[in-house]
Write a protein of this length. Structure first.
Length: 329
């Protein structure tokens, strides 16, 4: 079972591990499936399916199909790769296969009856040349947990983000128009960012960014550089912050809150610059909403009161009868 943060090469390594077990790249001996919250025993092992004649038919799932193929070639290892193993409910999808997966239960003496049996069918057991390789994304905290009974039957390997010299050399071959120093700077910033993610109590090491995100499969055109790669992965704004130079001590500058247009709703007041504004002036309070909170901006002299000059505090609202405009608001 290969587990780790997203982008650490779990799927790539699972396929290479399958080819290593076989001894050559034999695609017919490798089958990949993916678990999801709706995966059940009927989908993965065996279940009833509606046929074209309107009747239900008992159909084998991917596990039994690949096991039957492995029996026909006992000298060739066969591998089934289960992607996103913890995204579904493994205990529900495997059923009695949870016991039959063990190396010591691969004989006819330890065979078990399946949940759905055909007529005159004998008890079932998995062949010796069938291997199961799974991948788990540890960032999926809200999904079903893998119980200890299942962990006892698998060997778990943790994959870490590998921003090594080999990765830098591979990236330099893909982006020939970029200087090697820029790739080294990118690696330094990504490692620092992953460290901040790992130290964050609300995130943790499972949410780090893996090296696969920054490893394109083809050589980049001369018109595209690392900035284009960053925009495709983490968005244009974050790419500029990571790939561009920082100011001063390297800390990110804090954005000033957005202040919307100033509007005056007091009766008898007009905006500055209006032809009906008198020589007197008053102060009003500007308010704006930024990042979910109401903040009060500094008082600015922006409105004029027709005829009189008031103090810095906001005067009570005038009634329509005493308003200089006569009509209230």
């Amino acid at each position: 079972m290969l587990q780790g943060a997203p982008g650490t090469g779990k799927t790539w390594l699972a396929r290479r591990l399958a080819y290593a077990l076989i001894g050559s790249r034999l695609d017919d001996a490798v089958r990949s499936v993916q678990f999801h919250p709706g995966t059940s025993y009927e989908d993965f092992v065996r279940g009833w399916r509606p046929g074209g004649d309107g009747r239900l038919t008992l159909v084998d799932g991917p596990l039994l199909q690949h096991a039957a193929r492995a029996r026909t070639a006992p000298d060739i290892p066969h591998v089934i790769v289960i992607e996103e193993f913890n995204r579904g409910n493994p205990a529900q999808a495997l059923g009695e296969m949870l016991t039959l997966l063990e190396r010591s239960k691969r004989t006819a003496a330890d065979a078990l009856e399946l949940t759905y049996m055909r007529d005159d069918e004998l008890a079932f057991f998995l062949p010796d040349n069938l291997y199961v390789v799974g991948t788990m994304n540890t960032a999926d905290r809200s999904l079903a947990l893998v119980d200890f009974a299942l962990r006892r039957r698998f060997a778990f390997f943790e994959l870490e983000p590998q921003f090594t010299d080999a990765w830098a050399a591979e990236l330099a071959g893909r982006f020939r128009s970029d200087a090697p120093t820029r790739i080294d700077g990118l690696r330094t910033r990504i490692v620092a960012m992953n460290q901040r993610i790992a130290d964050d109590p609300s995130l943790g090491p499972s949410f780090r960014i893996g090296h696969a995100y920054f490893t394109p499969g083809l050589e980049a055109p001369r018109s595209r550089d690392l900035v284009h790669l960053g925009r495709r992965i983490i968005g244009p704004t974050s790419a500029r912050r990571i790939l561009a130079r920082r100011s001063g001590d390297g800390r990110r500058r804090r954005r000033r809150p957005h202040v919307g247009p100033l509007r005056c709703t007091e009766p008898g007041r007009v905006r500055r610059g209006s032809t009906s504004a008198a020589s007197g002036s008053s102060s009003c309070t500007r308010r704006t909403i930024s990042t979910g909170s109401l903040i009060e901006r500094r008082r600015s002299r922006c409105c004029a009161v027709s005829g009189t000059t008031t103090s810095s505090t906001r005067s009570p609202r005038r009634s329509p009868a005493t308003s200089t405009r006569g009509s209230g608001r």
